[in-house]
Each structure stands twice: as C-alpha cells, then as structure tokens.
Design a binder for this molecule. Structure first.
Ligand code: DGJ
Length: 717
C-alpha cells in the first residue's frame, strides 16, 4: 500500500500514481486531511475528512466512510449529482473512473493535487484539483471538465466540489441578506431532504443569500468547541450550495456555480474550469475557521492584503447628488481637518445631456457634469494635493439608465429581452458585458478617468442592480451562457484594470454589500459592507463578515445613521477599515476633537486590527452586548472592542476572559477613544496584568448603559 500522505510534504515535490486500488490520496494541511481511495471498480471515494491522522493507512482496515468523490448523474446513484450531461449519442449518463493522480508542491506551503478521471465509454474527462494551504489549513477545490466528442455537449450540472459527512446531526449556519440587512446569521439543524442556498441574481448576486456557510457536526457550532467546516465559493455570480441528508443520515454538500438557467455548451477540446470552493475545517469551533479564512484571504485572496489602507471622508450620506465644486472643495479641506487620508467623491459628478441629479438618469455618460464641476475632476485632484490629502471617485460602469446618451447610442449593448418591456431596478439596466465592445467601454470608464487625472488615488466600483429579463444580444442563440459569461467578462475587464493599475485601491460596492466573494476581492482592496451604518445594526453585520473577511477589507463608515453618540459610531467603525461620511461642520468642538483623536488612535492601532488574529468573545446574537478583540501575531499588542447594545435597566454583565495573549507576558490595559473631558470608569485603567490573569480571570469590560462602547489598547510591558 502506498501513501502519498506525509511523505509528500517532507520529501517529494511531485508524485504521480496511476490506476490501482487501495491507495490513499491525501490532501493535507498542517492540521487537517481529506483522504480519497480508489476502489476495485476504479471509483474514487472520499474516506475521511477531519483532523490530520497519524497514519491514514489505518483507514483501509476500518471500512468506514466510503462515498464517491464526485457523483455523476445517470447510473446507480439516487440523490443529487455533481455533474450531468448528455453525450453526442443521446446517452444521458456519466461514469467517472480513476486514471491517475499527481501532487506537486507549488511552494513550501502549498500543494496542488490533481485526481484525473474519465468515462470508460466516452472521451469525457474530469480533473479534480485541490490546492492545500498548509499554514492556513485552507483547501481550494475545483474541477476541469473536457471531452473529445464530435459535437459540443451541454453541461447541465457542473459542481466545483462534493463533500461527504457521516455525523449524528448537522447544523448549518447561513448568512442571508437584503439591502441594508447584510450577513444575517442563522443556524438551523438540517433535516432529511435537501436544503439549498443559492443565487439567481446574476450581477448583484449576494443581495439575498450570501455565498458563505458553516456546517457544524453533531452539535451547533460555537467559538471554541466542536467540528465545523466553513465554506464559500470564489465566484462573483450565481452560486449554489446544496445540503442533502439521505436515508442513511449521510450528508452530501455540493458547491458550485448555480446551474439554474445556465446549461453550458462545451466544445470538443475546450476545458470548462469551475470556480474554486474554498473551505477550512476545525475541531475546535468557529474561532479557528474564521482565523484560518481571514489569514488566507489576506494572503491569497484580497488584493494587497498585507498593505496598509487609507482612511477617508466620503460625501454620499451628506450630499447625495447635491454638490458643486465649492462644496467639494470645502469637504476636501474637512478631510484634512479631520486627519484622514483621502476624500472620496461619490455618485452624481457626471453626465451633461441628462445630468446626474438623482438616480433616474445618466449612468453611462461618464463626463464630468459642467454645472457642478465646471473645471472637471482635475481641479478636485489638485485641490486635494494642495491640502495634502488624496482624491478618490465613484463609478458604476456596468450600468446604464434609459435616460442617457449611451442608451441612445448603443441600444444593442444592453441586457434586455426582445419583444418584452424593459425591466428596471433603481431605474437602470445592465450592460451586455459578454460583448467585447462593452468590455472596452467599461474598462475605458476607469481608464479614461485615470488617464485624464493620474492623481486619482482611489476608486469605488458600484453595482446597484441584479440581472432580470436576462438576454444578451451578443450571445445570440447561446442565452443560457449569460450568467457565466457575464461574470467571466467582468473578470476579464478587471484583469485589464489590474494589468494597468496593479495597486490602485478600489472598493468593491454593490448597493451595500451585494457582491462579496473571494474571487471578486482578488481585484479589490476592500469592500463596502452595507449601506446600513447604524452602529447597532453594524455590530451584527460586521460580526457576520468576520467569519470570512479580514477587518482590513471591511469598510466601516461613521455616518449619521442611528441616533447613537459619535463615540459609539466611531468605536464600531474602528473594528474594520474606518472611514467617515458625515458633515464635519456639524460636529461640535468636542465631537471634532474626539474624531481627530480617534483618527490618530486608529492609525496607531490599525495594524493590529488589520493584520492580527480576531477573537469573538461575546456574541451580539446571544445577549445585549458584543465583545471582540484583535491580537497581533507576536502577542505583544491587542485591541479589545466592547459594545453595549440594547441593554436595559442597567443590565449587569459578567467579566470576559480575553483570548490569544501570551500567558507569561505582562500587559498594560488602557482605555482609548475617550470623549474629551471624560475619564475611564474602569478600575483596571492603566494597570498591568499577566496574560495568564487576563485569559483565566478576565476583565469587566462592559459598562451598564445601552448603546455605549469602550475600546482598550492592551500592550505588552
Ligand atoms: C450604493 C452604495 O452602496 C452607496 O454607498 C452609494 O455609493 C450609492 N450607491 C450611490 O448611488
């Protein structure tokens, strides 16, 4: 018996095996392992997924779990399939038999394993790929599908991954959403049958369901105990996860592009590559899965995940469409006054024939509006330079309003059905991205702005509607490709953007957080989490994102939503990439001083929040407060955020045990972000404690008033 496991990581850099039974193909990370074997019929079976084994050869003696890795439709299986097509001769079934497997080390920490399979009767192949990131305990899985039949075949189902579980019970955490209600976490026990989480929305794909889930085995997931798998699809379009619990209490989880209305025609000799399913497993709860994914995302998904971000002042919430050069010049001066790095000009700066004074017109006409900006955008860039701050600008280049010159000039560039009325959302239509001319146009929106104003230092890329009446004039008789081709075209445009502007910071926005996934984020430095900036709601929204997204990518702005104090709003926004969207002139002296100091504090502590490990200590879903902390890898510095939510009648809260510190180190605790002329009420202010004490006894970090907050800087002495 041959084992690829273990040996592979240590000695060989590439290892290939060909068809024979009883061999283990193990995809390993430092802590975890996913094991497949090939049976006598040359089928590849999943035999294990969990904590790394000392000796995976023992799996052969037990005859435990045995589930085919990627079950095709049409022969003996009675449940949901991973792949389905009809061959040229009309045979509607696929069989997949092992051909070979190989593993190669891409670097010291990443191993790619490929398992090749083919249909014994047809020239039809599936290669299953795994990339295992040892240090982060993350695995990416995807498939490549190809054939050599005479005519194209149509793929009806084409999953990225199928994983199997045999547990007593299964608990699924999903994150559903809507505009201003992003990442609502909900956990439920899976019962017999199929639970599907999917999107059919095309462009703004995640606005109702997000492509993130956690699956806990045997009991509901908690932060520090229990087996949990956290998964997501790296795809900025329609996705589908199905969880099917069968008659034997086995669960199969199928992840991939949503095949709904997306039958995909594949020509002979061409390869269809699915997006990657990204997952991590832990037997010690959700804290580990989210730390793994945050770490992985910073290193391998998010653009420039290890580089600093700019703080900013945005004008959307304060002006909406109502501004001019003079007002903006004032706001640029406010940017300087506040101490943040950049002024971000939002929607409303463009179009002349139909000026953009509300959301009813103008998308598509990306010329500065001559009434609002008689001297163009350039004067604002210069003004920012004069003030010693940077300038950024909003675009929504994939969209068009019927009331626009673009619509008049290019009615054939728009996604809409023939012979049916146009269907609007926010009064707009989606451009036909599969059309290369449209791709040039969309790229040109950003490129022209940058060429004309090389001083632009930041962009916000918005996308305010899902796709309906989905018909691409360009795709002609291949309409079922529209959702996939749209997303691929978007990536093509962004590839061009990144080839020319590799490090330009761009915020990914979609009417709030309607379009967030790891593949999309590979082109962006950050994302707009939600238009809902009421800090009470925001605690929940940010909590939800934290299971997958690093704080450095999560844009949190201080606005006038909610009635809470500026301190509460600021403390909540600090738990991510902080920004402002308020009238600086409306702040009183103390509020302004508080905000200026907060910006200074944020700059001092942000590296811990951005690059540290996050620990969720008290969940807002379980009581009237939330407490979370970030600890740098050296365990020399930590920042703890404590928020009281709807606490009533001077509710008393117990002490909170800190996490992630070094028990042998001594730490000084300092409450920061105090409002001018107030003093910390905490008896431990300024005192020093051992990590041992802080983690075993803890601190009483919550006050008693509703909607108040405290931030603590914890520094090794
Ligand atoms: C939706 C975004 O989420 C907002 O932040 C703002 O940019 C508007 N679009 C502008 O139309």
């Amino acid at each position: 018996m041959k084992l690829i496991a273990g040996i592979l990581l240590l000695v060989v850099s590439a290892y290939a095996v060909t068809a024979q039974t009883d061999q283990a193909i193990s995809i390993q990370t430092q802590k975890n392992e996913l094991v497949y074997t090939v049976d006598k019929d040359q089928k590849v079976n999943q035999v294990y997924l969990g904590e790394r084994l000392g000796n995976n050869a023992e799996l052969f003696n037990a005859k435990g779990m045995q589930h085919e890795m990627y079950i095709p439709f049409g022969t003996s299986d009675l449940f949901e399939s991973a792949i389905r097509t009809t061959h040229n001769d009309g045979n509607p079934s696929i069989e997949l038999k092992f051909v070979s497997s190989e593993a190669k080390k891409l670097d010291e920490y990443i191993t790619e394993t490929i398992i090749r399979m083919k249909d014994p009767q047809y020239p039809f192949e599936v290669n299953m790929h795994f990339k295992a990131y040892a240090r982060e305990d993350v695995i990416e899985q995807w498939t490549e599908i190809s054939h050599q039949e005479k005519l194209p075949i149509t793929l009806a189902i084409f999953a990225s991954s199928m994983l199997h579980f045999d547990a007593k019970s299964y608990w699924l955490t999903q994150f559903h959403a809507d505009w201003a209600k992003e990442m609502r976490m909900e956990e439920s026990q899976l019962t017999s049958g199929i639970k599907v989480i999917d999107s059919k929305l095309g462009t703004r794909a995640d606005v109702y369901q997000t492509p993130f889930f956690m699956l806990a085995l045997n009991k509901p997931a908690d932060e520090n105990t229990g087996e949990v798998l956290a998964g997501t699809l790296a795809w900025t379009g329609n996705f589908k996860f199905s969880f099917e619990l069968d008659n034997n209490n086995s669960l199969r989880v199928i992840s991939g592009i949503n095949p709904y209305a997306s039958e995909y025609k594949l020509a002979p000799g061409k390869i269809f590559t699915t997006p990657t399913f990204v997952f991590t497993y832990s037997n010690s709860g959700k804290e580990t899965t989210s730390q793994n994914l945050q770490k992985w995302a910073r290193k391998y998904a998010l653009l420039d995940g290890d580089k600093p971000r700019m703080t900013l002042l945005n004008n959307w919430e304060t002006t909406f469409f109502d501004f001019n050069e003079q007002k903006l010049t004032g706001m640029i001066a406010d940017t300087k006054k506040l101490g943040v790095d950049l002024f971000l000009l939002d929607d409303g700066w463009f179009a002349n024939k139909y000026p953009r004074n509300n959301d009813k017109s103008s998308l598509g006409d990306w010329e500065p509006n001559k009434t609002k900006l008689p001297n163009g955008v350039g004067i604002l860039v210069k003004e920012a330079e004069k003030q010693g701050v940077k300038f950024g600008i909003w675009i929504e280049p994939e969209m068009v309003n019927p009331k626009s010159e673009l619509y008049e000039k290019h009615p054939d560039w728009i996604i809409k059905l023939p012979n049916r009325p146009e269907n609007y959302s926010r009064n707009q239509l989606v451009l036909d991205l599969p059309n290369p001319k449209v791709q040039d146009f969309v790229f040109g929106v950003l490129d022209n702005l940058m060429t004309e104003n090389p001083g632009i230092a930041y962009m916000k890329w918005d996308c305010n509607r899902p796709m309906t009446s989905s018909y691409s004039p360009y795709l002609k008789d291949n309409q079922s490709a529209i959702y996939i081709e749209y997303t691929q075209a978007w990536y093509k445009i962004l590839d061009r953007v990144r080839a020319k502007y590799p490090h330009l910071p761009i915020m990914l926005c979609s009417g709030g957080g309607g379009r967030i996934d790891y593949r999309g984020l590979s082109y962006f430095t950050e994302f707009w989490a939600s238009d809902n900036t009421d800090p009470l709601e925001r605690v929940f929204i940010q909590w939800g994102y934290s299971y997958y997204m690093p704080a450095i990518a999560t844009c949190n702005h201080i606005t006038s939503w909610g009635k809470q104090s500026i301190k509460f709003r600021t403390d909540v926004a600090m738990m991510g990439k902080m920004g402002y969207d308020i009238q600086i002139a409306h702040l009183n002296d103390k509020e302004l001083k508080f905000s200026q100091d907060a910006v200074v504090n944020y700059k001092r502590i942000s590296d811990v929040v951005w690059y540290g490990n996050m620990f969720r200590l008290v969940s807002p879903y379980e009581g009237n407060r939330a407490v979370a902390m970030y600890v740098n890898y050296a365990k020399s510095k930590a920042i703890l955020f404590s928020y009281n939510l709807n606490s009533r009648f001077r509710e008393a809260f117990n002490t909170v045990k800190l996490r992630g510190l070094d028990e042998s180190k001594k730490y000084k605790i300092e409450e920061i972000n105090l409002f001018p002329d107030t003093k910390s009420k905490f008896p431990f202010q300024g005192k020093t404690f051992s990590g041992d004490y802080l983690m075993k006894v803890g601190l009483s970090v919550s006050g008693s008033e509703a909607l108040t907050s405290s931030v603590f800087e914890i520094t090794e002495m």
